[in-house]
Design a protein around this ligand. Structure first.
Ligand code: ZN
Length: 344
């Protein structure tokens, strides 16, 4: 125990009996009630692993979603994932065109999508529970709007209204932290200023759970790692974090372990809790507790211990189970080393 807390961003690898391992968007290996049972078992398995490692905030590892965006939006209306359109997504950072699922009807929110999943997790841990939801800018950038042909800003505004209903429902049902994932905040920095922050705030209106936003440089997949290895401009947070500082957001998750970000960008975040990525999600190699502790000590130069959550850089769905388990254990062991130093 100590002032520095621990959490992971969200996703964890699927067990091999649930979906093809180490793949994004891997198809399910079960159907119907067998799928539901397998998802429950996978969530229980990962809750146990997080509890055993001693994480302070628990999540379901997104075991019920094939993909962090798909698993939510498919419940809002008809989306064609099988015949995607080509779109210049993610500012063409990772590739010229990406496959964007087609939105085939106007989305609506009639009941909470993740409520049963939240109740399942809450029933299996006494620790605070975090739920993750895909953010308006990132969803708008990821889909092809065949219904309205709207701009991303207009599409995001419509989606944010629905997302807000979900966030309020989960908050009222006892979610302790609601995290909205906005990796696109590290790409479209002008648009974040123009409308992205406004849509994020709109998504959180009336939410009493802790409000968190995750902003990263992407999953540890080959195409993203290629970009990261050749990138030299890590200034994006210096635009977005001052906007977060002036917002109602309580917690912000940033990527550090695998990025070249200068942590002085965190100096503006007075009064915010900062989840600093001290675990690289792009490697199978498990960090030693000493490496994790060194990264935390570096973060402490910019964030006081009582506002610091040691975290992963991003989700771990593309990793092996062995690596993800090892990284969770390294995260808590490294944090314990620093907490002991602070306590003595
Ligand atoms: Zn991420």
């Amino acid at each position: 125990m100590g002032p520095i807390k621990t959490a992971i961003v969200g996703s964890l690898p699927k067990p091999e009996w649930l979906a093809d391992p180490e793949r994004l968007r891997a198809p399910w290996r079960q159907d119907g009630s067998a799928l539901a049972e397998a998802q429950d078992d996978a969530v229980a398995l990962w809750i146990n692993a997080q509890e055993k490692a001693g994480l302070d905030i628990i999540c379901d590892g997104e075991q019920r979603r094939r993909h962090y965006i798909w698993g939510f939006i498919e419940k809002l209306g008809k989306v064609d994932f099988e015949n995607p359109a080509k779109k210049q997504s993610r500012g063409q950072r990772y590739s010229e065109e990406t496959q964007a699922p087609r939105v085939l009807e106007e989305w609506s929110w009639t009941k909470p999508v993740l409520l049963d999943a939240l109740r399942f997790t809450k029933a299996r841990t006494k620790k605070p529970v975090k739920v993750t939801l895909p953010g308006p800018m990132t969803v708008a950038d990821s889909v092809y709007d065949e219904v309205g042909g709207r701009t991303d800003a207009d599409f995001a505004a419509t989606y944010a209204t629905l997302l807000n209903k979900e966030a309020v429902a989960l908050s009222e049902a006892g979610a302790d932290v609601i995290q909205i994932d906005e990796p696109c905040f590290n790409i479209y920095t002008d648009e974040v200023k123009d409308w992205g922050m406004e849509m994020l705030e709109k998504s959180f209106k009336g939410v009493s759970a802790k409000r968190a936003v995750h902003i990263c440089y992407g999953y540890g997949t080959e195409v993203v790692l290629n970009w990261k290895n050749s990138n030299t401009d890590w200034s994006h947070y210096s635009t977005t974090l001052p906007l977060i500082a002036d917002s109602s957001i309580d917690q912000v998750s940033i990527e550090k372990a695998a990025s070249g970000v200068n942590l002085s960008v965190l100096d503006c975040l007075e009064n915010k809790v900062v989840m600093v990525g001290v675990i690289d999600v792009g490697t199978e190699e498990v960090e030693t507790p000493k490496v994790v502790a060194d990264r935390i000590r570096h973060a402490l130069e910019h964030v006081p211990a009582d506002r610091l959550i040691a975290c992963t850089d991003c989700g771990m769905v593309p990793r092996s189970r062995r690596a993800a388990e090892g990284k969770i254990n390294a995260l808590t062991a490294g944090t314990a080393l620093v907490n002991r130093e602070i306590g003595s």
